[in-house]
Design a protein around this ligand. Structure first.
Ligand SMILES: Nc1nc2c(ncn2[C@@H]2O[C@H](COP(=O)(O)OP(=O)(O)OP(=O)(O)O)[C@@H](O)[C@H]2O)c(=O)[nH]1
Length: 199
């Protein structure tokens, strides 16, 4: 049976490891700096207007949101990072939550790390990249907001992202526009391949 992307449902918000689903279904985990467009990427991927809420209140660092696609694949939405106005206490809480998630990488099938196509990855992005590398699981980098680049900027910016994050050759950097839809097929293929499903 092909995977029906239209059948996506919110399952739960997890505030600690006790709430993480631990059934055997594959988990595709999304991370990104606050405001990078993570919700927009997820919405574009699923062709939904608003399954992952876009934009309203940045800095919601306290919960990991779980969605289930067609009863078969979890989409895991890690809280955004790097939002300037967040207190030290909230940053520490974010760190503990992420640490507890990555403590058991048997839960993870594929990582999707979203960065801004326009900019050099931040120190926080590099830290996130380390979490993914150390997980030992496959991951891809999505360079979002591609529509804001001039054509001539695309290649050098992608190279800068790869270099700054010190990515191994087998890690894909996917130029993406949640606004226009560029990169959707490539990201979808990477996800379907990792979870062993087709459309
Ligand atoms: N031009 C352009 N704007 C985008 C794109 N993706 C997202 N945006 C805009 O960037 C802003 C942030 O998008 P969100 O999807 O809310 O970002 P987020 O990373 O989920 O943000 P948090 O909720 O703070 O974690 C919104 O104003 C979006 O419309 C894109 O590909 N191109």
């Amino acid at each position: 049976m092909p995977l029906n992307l239209q059948k996506a449902e919110f399952i739960r918000s997890a505030a600690s490891a006790a709430d993480f689903p631990r059934d055997m279904l594959p988990q595709v985990v999304f991370s990104g700096r606050s405001n990078v467009g993570k919700s927009s990427v997820i919405n574009k991927l699923l062709l939904r207007k608003n399954i992952a809420r876009v934009g309203a209140a940045p800095g919601k660092t306290t919960h990991i949101n779980y969605f289930l696609i067609d009863g078969k694949v979890y989409l895991v939405d890690l809280p955004g990072y790097g939002y300037a106005k967040v207190s030290m206490a909230e940053k520490a809480r974010w760190g503990r939550l992420i640490e507890s998630w990555f403590a058991d990488t048997s839960l993870m099938t594929l990582g999707v790390m979203i960065v801004d196509a326009r900019h050099k990855p931040t120190a926080d992005d590099c830290t996130m990249g380390e979490w993914f590398k150390q997980s030992g699981k496959p991951f891809v980098v999505v360079a979002n907001k591609l529509d804001k680049l001039k054509k001539s900027e695309i290649e050098p910016n992608m190279a800068r992202i790869r270099e700054t994050l010190e990515l191994a050759e087998n890690v894909k950097v996917i130029p993406f526009s949640a606004e226009k839809g560029d990169g959707r097929q490539e990201l979808l293929s990477a996800i379907l391949g990792a979870v062993g499903e087709s459309l």
